[in-house]
Design a protein around this ligand. Structure first.
Ligand code: PGA
Length: 263
């Protein structure tokens, strides 16, 4: 079976404009020989770097995205960024519902539903992040939480939107410096729950929506994660923020996938 592989990183509130541009230039140079037919690479920098990033990056090689977006085009929304402003920059992707947005900034499923609708209406690829907290895992309600986040966030989306939807499964307890990566079998199991919920929602073609794993992805676990049946890509934080290391992680993971799919 052939699957298209996705690799990306959210730079969070790291890297200033200069650092972002030199990171993108280096990553583009290092990865330009990789065939984009079977592989998508994307980077989501901070807002302040986006304008220069979009001028200097070939989005045929590295797609660019924003970390958040308002659901309204304009209005009295101090501190927010409109879909029109992000469109003006020529971005491809809007990341929505990252764990830090949900938990540190109180974004609800209902807010995310509106943001997903706005992102789809403006033609962006919508990268909806979902994931259970440690407490929810302990209560053994992870599957329920994932299904709720998915089905509310995508409530208004239709089959036509499928090519514009990507999902990132990022268990809250796995993210960041205090995170523990999910085991490969746990991640695969949750990805299969997500795949089923997508099929339930959209019908058979829901299976075409890529599901990326994120949360302490590193060079030790990337190769075994990527070969899992329902893991289509890796959404990497800390292990991606050095271009050379990210390039090495990507190449190793692609090799593992090729080896496992030729077995
Ligand atoms: P991490 O971040 O890889 O540093 O755990 C993942 C994320 O927040 O997407």
């Amino acid at each position: 079976m052939k699957k298209k592989l996705y690799f990306g990183s959210n730079l969070k509130m790291y890297k200033n404009i200069h650092e972002t541009i030199s990171y993108l230039e280096q990553l583009q140079r290092l990865t330009e020989d990789l065939d984009r037919e079977d592989f998508t690479l994307f980077i989501i920098p901070s807002y302040t770097s986006l304008q220069q990033a979009s001028q200097k990056t070939d989005q045929g090689l590295i797609q660019l995205g924003a970390q958040n977006m308002c659901w309204e085009d304009q209005g009295q929304f101090t501190g927010e960024i409109s879909p029109l402003m992000l469109q003006e920059l020529g971005l491809k992707i809007i990341e929505l519902g990252h764990s830090e947005r949900r938990h540190t900034f109180g974004e609800s499923n209902e807010m995310l539903r509106k943001k997903v609708n706005a992102a789809l209406a403006h033609g962006f690829t919508t990268l909806l992040c979902i994931g259970e907290s440690n407490e929810e895992k302990d209560y053994d309600i992870s599957d329920e939480v994932l299904r709720i986040q998915l089905k509310t966030g995508l409530y208004d989306a239709t089959e036509e939107d499928i090519p514009h939807i990507w999902i990132a499964y990022e268990p809250v307890w796995a993210i960041g410096t205090n995170g523990k990566p999910a085991s490969v079998s746990y991640a695969q199991q949750k990805h299969s729950v997500i795949r089923s919920a997508l099929i339930e929602k959209f019908g058979k073609s829901g299976a075409d929506i890529p599901i990326l794993y994120g949360g302490s992805v590193n060079p030790q676990n990337a190769n075994s994660l990527i070969i899992q049946k329902d893991i289509d890509g890796l959404f990497v934080g800390r292990s991606a923020w050095n271009a050379e290391k990210f390039n090495a992680l990507i190449r190793d993971a692609i090799k593992s996938w090729q080896l496992s799919s030729n077995k």
